[in-house]
Design a protein around this ligand. Structure first.
Ligand SMILES: Nc1ncnc2c1ncn2[C@@H]1O[C@H](COP(=O)(O)OP(=O)(O)OP(=O)(O)O)[C@@H](O)[C@H]1O
Length: 578
């Protein structure tokens, strides 16, 4: 059993994730407030110290006054920094928790999509894209949670302090940061456009470089090297021009925005000095003047981070919109005791819509613990037979499991009863651990041992946290197959259909994995589709398929009654081993 979607009322609403994490967010709020209010102490102390320095020089205060101020300043800054550390720690924890919860829900929803849907969309791709979207979405939530304090609260606090000292001067100089936003917003188009052109040119140059490298010999042999070189030079020079343009816009504009945002300093210098001289709107001493100036400088620096916040939120919204339809409260189908039972096939025939019969009249009975080996020549319909249990297309005859007709079960009931491992391992761009556990909270070690992958994973630099790439691209074929088998065993069902899970394994590994399978799936019915036959003597039943004809029985009886099976078995090394 898993602890899934605990505390997530409506997983398709982003607020639910914030609500579920309220204790962590409470700590974030408290430490965030301490940190941000504490930040005000910086300018305040700086002002006080400047004032004290003037007093010390004018002999109105002693060195001990300054020392007391400095010590209080250091202590306050230390407290503020500790609060900042705690806040960041808990924001990270919030993000990790939400990421895990979202992925659990996502995995659960993807696992229950029909095999056809997944195949159409490319299961590995769907998962990889959705996982990246979850990461972006959570990153946006994390930035929002961080920035709401680091930027939002800090801005309010600084603005409050400025208004407190001199509201007219505050309003006047606070006009400039919004002007810098507006200018930045107006210029965004140019920056994005030149950036996009640069990326495009960079892609073209990479393609041209690769082309020259891969086809170097061909170009030389056919004497078109010079021509290719000239074309390459053209790509290179247009890339350089685009890079310079993009860099000019992206690197020169931020200082301009900063200057606009800081323009209020000129007003502070003019009107603040008048205040200090006693001829302005308010009366400032040196401390108040310094505090005001320092506060405004920080406000204007902070205000530039507001753009970061908007960008993060916008990106998160886009990702959320894409994954929202998948974020449904569909708990993983659990294997129920009462679901275990006998599998009975009675006169089952199958043809794809509009096509001829792939196999006909299969009848058999199987008890939990039995392994049924399905084989036959290439293209005989093994995979089709395996997929019949997924009920993507209607079959003729009857297949009952635990007394219930398979095609009358709901999707969720069926996926709770039938586990399926297809030809394609369907791995997604996540860690080995996540590819197996799909959000479950347990140790994947025993499963990796069962599929003889533990040692290899241990030797990888990141171990179980190695990211395998989309479709398991960074693994060998055999590793990918075993990883997918580990996942299937992690989500064991009463009936397990495994389509050639050992095809990329050597004989010795296959034997070991088969032994583990027998042990781990001792209470399931396993339907094992395979080309290789040397393990077939260990099967409880054998199904041999050829040209629509199906022969069932024990290995010995099929061997005796079916010359084609005998021939196939004899041709394989396993036959000789016997
Ligand atoms: N979705 C489909 N629609 C129509 N025909 C299909 C479909 N899938 C498979 N077939 C056909 O069904 C027949 C059996 O294919 P299947 O993949 O089940 O055989 P197989 O024994 O698993 O093949 P292999 O030995 O290559 O693994 C083939 O003639 C194939 O063209």
């Amino acid at each position: 059993m898993q602890k899934k979607e605990k505390g997530i009322g409506q997983p398709d609403r982003i607020l639910s994730y914030f609500k579920a994490q309220w204790p962590v967010l409470l700590i974030v709020t408290l430490t965030g407030l301490i940190y941000n209010i504490g930040l005000l102490a910086g300018p305040w102390f700086e002002g006080k110290m400047a004032g004290c320095l003037v007093d010390v020089l004018g002999k109105r205060a002693g060195f001990s006054d300054m020392l007391a101020l400095v010590i209080s300043y250091v202590v306050t800054i230390a407290v503020v920094q500790i609060a900042r550390y705690c806040k960041r720690f808990y924001v990270r924890r919030f993000a990790n928790n939400v990421n895990r919860q979202m992925k659990e829900i996502l995995y659960s929803s993807l696992v229950q999509k029909s095999q056809t849907e997944l195949e159409e969309e490319g299961a590995g791709n769907v998962m990889t894209k959705a996982i990246l979207d979850v990461d972006d979405c959570v990153e946006g939530m994390r930035k929002f949670t961080t920035e709401i304090f680091d930027t939002g609260v800090a801005l309010i606090a600084y603005a409050g302090m400025l208004l407190f000292y001199d509201w007219r001067l505050a309003l006047l100089c606070m006009l400039f940061p919004p002007i810098s936003y507006i200018v930045a917003e107006k210029m965004k188009g140019v920056v994005q456009r030149t950036g996009a052109i640069y990326k495009e040119k960079s892609g073209a140059l990479s393609a041209a470089t690769l082309d020259r490298a891969l086809n170097a010999i061909t170009y030389r042999v056919y004497g078109c090297e010079e021509e290719r070189k000239a074309a390459y030079e053209r790509e290179l020079s247009s890339y350089e021009k685009a890079a310079v343009k993009a860099n000019i816009w992206s690197s020169t504009l931020p200082p301009v925005y900063r200057v606009i945002s800081m323009a209020g300093v000129l007003f502070i210098l003019y009107f603040g000095s008048r205040n200090a001289l006693g001829t302005g709107w308010k009366v400032f001493d040196v401390a108040a003047f310094t505090t005001f100036l320092s506060c405004f400088t920080r406000l204007s620096v902070k205000s530039s981070s507001a753009a970061k916040l908007f960008n993060a939120v916008h990106k998160a919204q886009v990702s959320w919109r894409r994954i929202k339809p998948l974020m449904k409260a569909t708990p993983f189908p659990e294997t129920k005791e009462e679901a275990a039972g006998e599998l009975v096939l009675s006169h089952v025939s199958f043809s794809y819509p509009g096509g001829g019969t792939i196999y006909r009249d299969v009848s058999l009975q199987a008890e939990p613990g039995e392994i049924i080996g399905v084989t036959g020549p290439v293209g005989c319909g093994k995979s089709t037979f395996g997929k019949t249990f997924l009920c993507e297309y209607p079959y003729e005859g009857s297949i009952t499991f635990g007394g219930r007709e398979l095609q009358e079960l709901t999707d969720s009931e069926r996926s709770g009863s039938i586990g399926y491992l297809g030809h394609d391992p369907e791995l997604f761009d996540d860690t080995i651990r996540n590819n197996i556990l799909l959000g479950k909270d347990e140790d994947p070690g025993p499963l990796l041992k069962a599929v003889c992958l533990y040692q290899e994973v241990e030797e990888m630099e990141q171990g179980m946290d190695t990211v395998v790439g989309n479709g398991g691209i960074r693994l060998s074929g055999g590793q990918a197959k075993r990883l997918a088998l580990a996942r299937t065993l992690c989500y064991k069902r009463p009936v397990l259909v495994l389509d050639d899970p050992f095809s990329a394994l050597d004989k010795e590994t296959e034997k070991q994995v088969f032994a583990s399978l027998k042990k781990l799936a001792a209470d399931s019915i396993v339907i094992l589709l395979s080309h290789r036959l040397y393990l077939f003597p260990q099967m409880d039943q054998v199904i041999f398929m050829e040209k629509g004809r199906v022969i069932t029985g024990s290995h010995e009886s099929v061997l005796k009654n079916c010359p084609e099976y005998r021939k196939l078995y004899g041709e394989q090394e396993g036959g000789a081993d016997r």
